[in-house]
Structures are given as C-alpha cells and as structure tokens.
Design a protein around this ligand. Sequence first.
Ligand code: ADP
Ligand code: ZN
Ligand code: ZN
Length: 733
Amino acid sequence: MAFIDIILNSTAQNLDRPFIYKVPDQMDIEVGDLALVPLGGKRKLKGFVVAWHDELPEEIPSHKLEKIKPVIRVISKKIFDEKGLALVEFMRREYLSGYLDGLRLLIPKGELKGMGHKYRTVLIPGEPIDPDHGFYKRWQPIVDFVASSLESGGVIKAEAVRAGFSLSSINTMLGHGFLQTSEQVDLRYSKADFKEDAARILNEEQELAFKTIAQGEPGTYLLHGITGSGKTEVFLHLVSQMLKQGHDSVILVPEIALTPQMIERIKARFGNEITVYHSRLNDGERYDEWMRVRQGKVKIAIGARSALFLPFADLKLVVVDEEHEFSYKSESNPKYVTRDTAAFMMNLREGKLVLASATPSMEAYDRALRGEYHLVTLTRRAGAGGMPEVVTVDMRKELRLGNRSILSARLASEMEKSLARRRQIILFLNRRGISGFVSCRSCGFVYKCENCSVSLTKHSGDRLVCHHCGHSEYQQKTCPACGSPYIREFGIGTEKVEAEIRKRFPKARVLRMDRDTTGRKEAYEEIYRTFRAEEADILIGTQMVAKGLDFHGVDLVGILAADLSMNMPDFRAYEKTFQLITQVSGRAGRADEGGLVVLQTYQPDMYPVTMAAKADYIGFFEQEMKVRKALAYPPRGKMLSMVLSGREEEVLIANIQEVAKGIKEIISGDQGISLMGPSPCLLSRIKGWYRQMLILKGDLTDEIAIKVKELAYDAVRGKDIRVSIDTNPVNMV
Ligand code: ADP
Ligand code: ZN
Ligand code: ZN
C-alpha cells in the first residue's frame, strides 16, 4: 500500500508539518497535486502532496496503520514540481518560514479557491453562404465582420449587435450553421497594446558585458554600471538571446519602478510573449497570468519580486534590476531575500542570474569581490550626455548667513538659470507632508499617534497624519498638554516644499510626486507623462522620483536634505543614503548637455555624502565595509532580528526576557555570536501592540537559528503574543 505526505492548507501554526495519508487503490495522485483530506473528526481540508512512500515509512509503528486515513479526492493535478519543493525547503532553512508560507508563494490564491478562467462564447464563420442564397446580401457582411474580428479575440453576440447587426439574423444563421460559436478564454489582463521598438546596437562596453554573460558559465553576474550606462539594454539583449534559444526569462524590477515606461519598453520589444506580474493584479488576473505561464504561452515575465515564482518550465535567466532596492526583501513570511532566492533557483536550473545596479548592495559587491559572483562593469553613459557635476552645499553656513529658507542661495540661483533656459528641475526630499513633527515650545509636547509610537506628520488643512497606520487628527490652536499657544512645526516635507516653490517661482509649472499625490492608479502615470512631455518645469518628490525614470529635459537636480536618511537608527542608513543620492543625481544630465546636482546637507563631511558627490562607489564600499566588519554586521556575519509584540507591556517584557535567557543558553560558549536587547523597537507601539526586539549577530549557523526560532514559538504558545523573526533584515524599525 502507498502513502503520501500532505501539508495542510491551514494557517494554524501547529498544523504546519507533513501529515501522512493512505492512497486509495487506483487513485491518480502524485507529488505536486492538491488533494482533499480528512482531519480529526469531520473536518475536511485541502492539502499539498509533498512526498510519496511505496510502503509505510519505518519510523511509523505498524500498529498506527489503522489510524492513517485515506485521501478523499484529488482537486488539481501538478500545481507544483520538485524544484518548487526544493525552494520550499530553502525558505524553511534560510528564512525560518513554514511549509505553507513557502508553498503559497508558488501557487496563486485563485487556484486554491478553485477559480477558473472566464470564458466567452465568440462567433466564428460556419458553412459558406451560396451567393445565390436569398439572404446572401444581408448575411455575408455579418460573416465578414465576425471573421475580421477573430484576430483581436473575436466578438460575442452582444458585440455584433452593438456593431449594428440584427440579433434575429445572427440567431437564424446560427440555426442554419452559417455561423458557429467557440469558447475562448477571456484573459482578465494582458490585452495587447504596444508600439514596436527595435533593439539598439550595443556600444563596445555593452557588447563586452553582453558577451561575458551570454557566453559565460551558469551562475550569478553582478552588472555594475553607472546610471544611464545602458544596463537595461544589455539585459534586454540577454532576454532576446534566451528567447531565440527557446528558454524562459524573468525580469524583476522594484515595485516602485514598475513604471509604464519600463513596461512599455519591454512590451514594445517582446510583444505578446510577456506577462506583467505585480501586486496590483487582483486574484483573477494573477490566476490567468499564472496559467498562461504554466501552459507555456509566455516565455518572459516582468514583475515585482513575486514574478520569480511563476511556473516556467525552462527558466534559464533571472534579471534583478536595481538589485540594491530594499523592496526585494519580503516583509511578510517567508521573509526571503530575492537575490539569494533567485541565485538558489538558477543554481538548481543551471541558469544565469544577472543583478543590475549603479549602486550594488554591500552584500552583492562583497560577494563579487570574493569571486562568488562574476563582476561585469559599465563605466560610461550610453546615450547622449555625460555624468552630472555635483556641488555640495553646507546648510549650516547658509543658516549662519541668515538664509532660513529650504533653498540654499546656490540652488535658488541655479533654478532661476535652469528655468530661464527652459530646462527642467527635479527637487528631492525624502519626506512627504508639511513637516516632520509638531511640538510645543513651552513644554516639549509632541503630537504622537494614539495607536503607534510615531510622531504625527503635518499635512494641509492642519491635519496630522500617522504615516504608519493612517490615523489622523486635527492640530489644536493651543498645546493639548499645557495650553501654551507656542505650537510649532519642525522639519519639512514635500507638501511644504511645493507651497514654498510655488510662492517663490510663481510662473513655473510645478508637479509633486509622492504617496499622497499618487493614490489613484492613474495619478502616477499622469504626473510622469506630463513631466516627460515637458509640460511642467519642476518636479518635487520623495524617493519615487529617484527610480529609473529617464527624463531628457532635466538639467538640474536639487537634493534638499541628504541628512534625512543618514540619521536613521539603522546599520544600513549610510548605504541607503549613498544609494539615494547617487540614484537621484542620475536623473540629471540625460539631456544633451551634462547636468548639475546641488546637494544640500548639514553634514557635508560624512562619507556617504562625499563619496556620492564624487560618484565613487568603490570608495564608499571600502569605507562602509570597514564599519560593517568592525561591528560584525552583514555582509560579514549573519543577523537575526526577533520582534515580540503584545497588548500588555509588562507581560511582553517578562516574556521576551525569558526568551533572551533561553537564547543565551543556546549560544553560550559560542564566541562568535552576540545577543543585543531586549529593547523596545524604534516603532515601540503599532496599532496598539507594544513591540520589543532582540538581535543576534555574528557566526550564526542555520541550526542555531532554527533552535532560536523553536524556542521563541514554544515560549509564547497559547499566549496573546506574536513572534516575528527575520534573518538579515533590511528594515530595523
Ligand atoms: P541604465 O539601465 O544603465 O540606467 P538604460 O539602458 O536605461 O541605462 O539606458 C540609458 C539611456 O541610454 C536610454 O535612453 C537608452 O535608450 C540609451 N541607450 C542605451 N544603450 C544604448 C545604445 N547602445 N545606443 C544608443 N542609446 C542607448
Ligand atoms: Zn505644551
Ligand atoms: Zn499610527
């Protein structure tokens, strides 16, 4: 008798392990299927078949045989394969995720909900009509219309009627067989509309990069090229080559860079053979795209990180564009690192992983230097225009000279000049709203969110908003704590910048791009197209404006406060700052003449600023690496952060202290690992939940990480406390 192991489709933590079931005689079931199985008394659950046993496994005593229940039925065949299972194991090992978390990456919700395709019944031509037939003149135009519409997906009856044909004629023709019907899958997404775009001829440097990767061995390639050096063009050539050889490719881009521009460029190049897969698709659309891939109808996917898990049969190339972006780290279970997961997959499939960036992550560059990745470099801009010149302005001096405005004298005068030349300007500030926080000058009271520990940000109309949970309230005329009228705003946000710029340059056409102005789906596109069409002069924005946009009219970029990201309490703060400055600067000078970047800061001597100003990536990397080594932060050493949250602070603290004690025992005697905390998280309260954190860093092995995880889950079992564990986190709040 045969048996199978099943992972139940249930989020209950204690059910997240394989359960054994009998295979009834003659049931067509195998690893990769979704099946219905009994659990306990009368419950029936869906489950994934993850292992096959020809006979009862040795570790199960034979008297237990009676208790093993048979599978009820198979729901879907082959919804994942062996490689998918290997990936689930990888997630469990590397990111301490559960089985189900891993499986759910591979299979869209629609499949689990039993969703099907939407079908439409389209008309098709039937028997030819004899020209002598009495109704030939009336009917033949209907046949012609139906035939001509087939190429674009066909028409249903109602559409033919809307086009002016008579319903009764159509019905009669169907009756006589002059028209017939056909069931066609109605794809909820992916309607074809694109312009064609020819591949560009690669320049010498690009050609060399292309050849190195195309002719190289399987493995990971870090494509490090300055902004605008033509990295995209290089990897599009690689995708073309894969297509010619019949292999599948996936191009990952950060969600925020999944711009119409990027999609247009790729659709224009590859046409219908692609799928666009991102978080804005609904369950139905996702299901359809997943099916198209599974049925082998597409060979190329472009999308956010989840596109990596589409069921391609012959995936040989994965491109991770803007590899350094933090959005490539999943913040929900499994908390995977896209780069490492893609490398694992390409290793399994003997394919190639290409990581592209102007500012590679510390991890990626470190591995390239150590020979784990092949390093491929582009040093020159591919299109017209050179690298922009960067001028650093010390804002402390501005203040001493009596300039209290957000614009330094230099930036203001460069803006005048740029406007006079009728060129475009981008102003970057990494904070939205009007101000940083609002506080009382008499007693020090700060407006904070009632649910979270964060200070509220001022928006227009005296509204104060929590950028974490969305809670909002109105600012009072006097201090809620002491009644003093001296309530004041500190710091600035993009909304305030916009107001000041409009006042100062009343004739300029100003746009703002941040999360508040791009709430509607189309809003982002509108702003983008308006600015690209040079129908606006100044674009103010948060990091949204830093990502991959290629504007030809921009010759001036102003970075209003480089310090904002530098002062975050996060060991990656300098890395983020360097990346942001470099990426935003890269928006300048894509026009014919080189551009100018004015970088305002209160800390002009800090190396993220000085190195970014010199566009010296390697200089930055070396400095930063010294710090990382000295403190045993990644990429040297592994890090694990554990956040416990609970509604009652004292109970929470007592529990996390208990966990910390247990961890100390696990790592005792191990010199290479250190434990920090417990301490309150930077966001010490979110939506009413208190949060405390522990950090482990150093020579953490997988075994120790798993022990630590089990210890934590055991400690809180049955209590109203949540555990969240993250290995090599990118977000330390
Ligand atoms: P990156 O991805 O490195 O930022 P892109 O591939 O977007 O660079 O290229 C930057 C600009 O240079 C784009 O406008 C692109 O059309 C142009 N470009 C890239 N490669 C070539 C080439 N070989 N010949 C002409 N123009 C090119
Ligand atoms: Zn007060
Ligand atoms: Zn809040």
